[in-house]
Design a protein around this ligand. Sequence first.
Ligand SMILES: [Zn+2]
Length: 227
Amino acid sequence: MNLTLHQIDTTIEMLSDAISDMKQKGEDTKEAERALAEYTVEHLPKKVDAIAGNLRSWKADHTKAVNEIERMQAVAKDLDERITRLKGIAKEVMETREVNKLNGFASTLRLQGNGGPQELEVYDASLLPNRCLARMLVVPEETCQSIINQYTEKGYMSSRDSMLIASGIAHCQIVSNENAIRKELNTVCEACNGKIVECSACGSTGRHLVPGARLKPRGNHVRVENR
Ligand SMILES: [Zn+2]
């Protein structure tokens, strides 16, 4: 192929552009990439400056794009904070006035209860009963395999492995067991059968109490609606 330097430049650019377009459309670019490679290799000796120029200019554009991402991320963070702040003010106003909506001419701000599981708060872990505690033991996979094999083959655990596990348990940290606490806090109070009445056993919650832990009341959030 006998092409002028300008034609070679144009073709390298065109092939690069075409590959970018195809990639964005999710098309297979294998053929085009091979064509670009063959083209570039064939004309490389004549085109060192052009290729170096492309690489420099793309690197500079890449740096600009990365900086732009950082700038836009900061913009998004700032907007998110503004939204949170303004919604917080609107929420406080509605909660203080004990209304669940504020009407404008075209829009309504509505106070909506948060969904999802209630947040669990362990306010004093030292008060938690044992049934709400757990120990997290990390046992190496090889030890686990050896224990499982002993069980399936012989029906017992070697005294060495039992001692390893016992000493592991003795030394591991005691943590609050969130699942157990939630389960307990969800269990219906036997004294009042879960009826929300005057009940000293459950503090009139209708559910078991757990010393040291409680479910936080469901909060509200503000929703914007059209009128
Ligand atoms: Zn009760």
